[in-house]
Design a protein around this ligand. Sequence first.
Ligand code: G3I
Length: 375
Amino acid sequence: MYQSIKILGSLTLALGLFSCSHTRNISSEKNLPSLKQTFKSDFLIGTALDSVQNLPTNEKEAQLIPYQFDAMTPENAMKAENIHPEWGRYYFDQADKIVDYAQQHGIKLNGHTLIWHSQLPAFVHQIQSADSLRMFFTEHIRTLASRYNGKIDSWDVVNEALNEDGTLRKSIFLDKLGDDFIVEAFRLAQQYAPDTKLYYNDYNIEQPQKRAGAIRIIKQIQAAGVRIDGVGIQGHWNIRSLPFDAIEKSIQEFSALGMEVMFTELDLGVLPNPWDSDGAEISHTAGYSEKMDPYKNGLPDSVAQLQAQQYEKLFNLFLKYKDDISRVTFWGVNDGQSWLNGWPIPDRTNYPLLFDRQFNPKPAFYKVIETGKSK
Ligand code: G3I
């Protein structure tokens, strides 16, 4: 008897504590400053979302996303290999759910991405003739652009078409359709998504040579009388090597061409790189070693502070050019969800975002908010 009273007692206490801390969490999240409110008159603040499947059960994330962000990019759901894995056969389910979610919460959605050399379904690599590839190209853009026209805000029409030296990257599109394929992609997107903004998106295009390549692409599209509304600088950088000067020059040069400038996949990794350069070339990978995974037991405060300072400096720069910048999107919500835990070395513990693995705000979050409040 005593035993069952004791068990009942502890159960009640545990439930009480649970509901108490549950309430505290929710209310403290509500009391948190909001990124989207803080930068409301400056630019949109976005996040990338892999799936909305778990959102009703993951209450923390479900509350945090619409409270903090007013823009969103599906991290993988609209990529060709996922949405169009077999010739003529589309799987819209996951993408549609994200689009519905964004609409319900008043979040602007950026479609990612229509034409990318990577993450192509296997059948595309087997295509031999230029005519068949053109058929895939046209059909793919037509289907996605028209399906989501009026439902999403924008498309990354072409993603990562450039090499580091500014030349066009070797790809099946370049190979079979020639270097006009980018203009053609924008022409089709304009035709089938007349109400949707159209962007070129790439990493490292703040760097001079690659930036010159992006400028050439923009001018080529404009000269053909085709619409391009903006350019996305992805922003996969490291806290120890942010290219601030190059970023500033890029904002100036892209906006001088009438482009909206966006930072579309922002994350500031804290781990050592096996090579000298940053970026997001996903075919470059290296093997695991303990030495390359120094913070697997937690992020030291000194590193968290350095990251906060770098985010602060970056957001001050963004604010200086707030009239040219329309959106800043983080590539994920929390550190645990980031692709940087798996690239360029698998199974590391990285901390590139503003929220930790439990969705708690990090020092970088508060610094970013401060820059917005003290403008
Ligand atoms: O969904 C499958 C799952 O079913 C399977 O069990 C698992 C096993 O590996 O893979 C899962 O798919 C992974 C997918 O992410 C979803 O998590 C893929 O293997 C993995 O390759 C994929 O990585 C994505 C990568 O692009 C390639 O598409 C990253 O999440 C995504 O963050 C990354 O994003 C890119 C941008 O689109 C373009 N710019 C660079 C950026 C970073 O690479």
